[in-house]
Design a protein around this ligand. Structure first.
Ligand SMILES: Nc1ncnc2c1ncn2[C@@H]1O[C@H](COP(=O)(O)OP(=O)(O)O)[C@@H](O)[C@H]1O
Ligand SMILES: [Mg+2]
Length: 201
């Protein structure tokens, strides 16, 4: 009986990272990491470069596997990922880059919210670094999902732009879990919970 209930409500299960370790070429990046993540809200991973933030996002997304330990609660959930690099399709316009992951309506809406309506017909090479970053963010938000993994999403944004965009991000997190990776303590201030990653020697 309880199993049936759990399956039905898969999107409301918390995510548990249990004793996860990960090394690359003999260098330990994560060691016995345990975390419990909520099913919605903004959860920030704050830490210096090299502390394993991207590694943890890739493990959560299932793009990589832990050497030991276990991640529970992500199966069956829709995951959207803003990678550390923009990964835009170079031959497609900003609009097409967003619409390919969603619908024309969602692309129009998110390009507008991220103040990119005027750039909709431009290809990535014609966009500034900050604009390209916003296209990558718009694509993930338009795609939607239960979990949104954001790897340094606001790189290249000025503080006024960040202030205008944050309400949309906060609104999104009312119904989904947003995992925000940053090394900026001011950005971390929008999070409900901040977890500081330590760099292992
Ligand atoms: N695929 C990989 N191969 C080798 N080393 C890696 C790989 N991925 C990450 N690392 C190393 O793991 C450490 C943590 O990387 P990363 O998770 O990208 O940290 P952060 O995102 O916090 O800057 C770094 O020293 C990095 O060089
Ligand atoms: Mg990183």
């Amino acid at each position: 009986m309880s199993l049936g209930l759990a399956c039905k409500d898969v999107n409301r299960l918390p995510i548990k990272v249990e004793n996860v370790s990960k090394s690359f070429e003999g260098k330990e990046v994560l060691k016995n990491l345990s975390l419990e993540l909520p099913d919605k809200g903004i959860y920030c991973l704050l830490g210096a470069s090299g502390s394993g933030k991207t590694t943890l996002l890739r493990l959560l997304a299932g793009l990589d596997t832990p050497d030991s330990g276990h991640i529970a609660g992500t199966q069956g959930k829709k995951i959207s990922f803003v990678f550390q690099g923009d990964r835009l399709l170079p031959g497609s316009t900003a609009f097409e880059n967003v619409a390919v992951a969603s619908s024309p309506e969602a692309a129009t809406l998110w390009l507008k919210r991220l103040e990119l309506s005027d750039a909709a017909d431009k290809k990535p090479a014609k966009l500034s670094g900050g604009m390209a970053r916003r296209v990558a963010l718009a694509r993930a938000l338009a795609f939607g999902g239960d979990i949104l993994l954001l790897d340094e999403p606001f790189k290249g944004f000025d503080s006024e732009l960040k202030k205008r965009i944050m309400p949309h991000i906060i609104e999104f997190a009312k119904t989904a879990l947003l995992i925000l990776v940053t090394h900026d303590e001011q950005e971390a201030a929008i999070a409900d919970t901040v977890f500081t990653m330590e760099t292992l020697l």
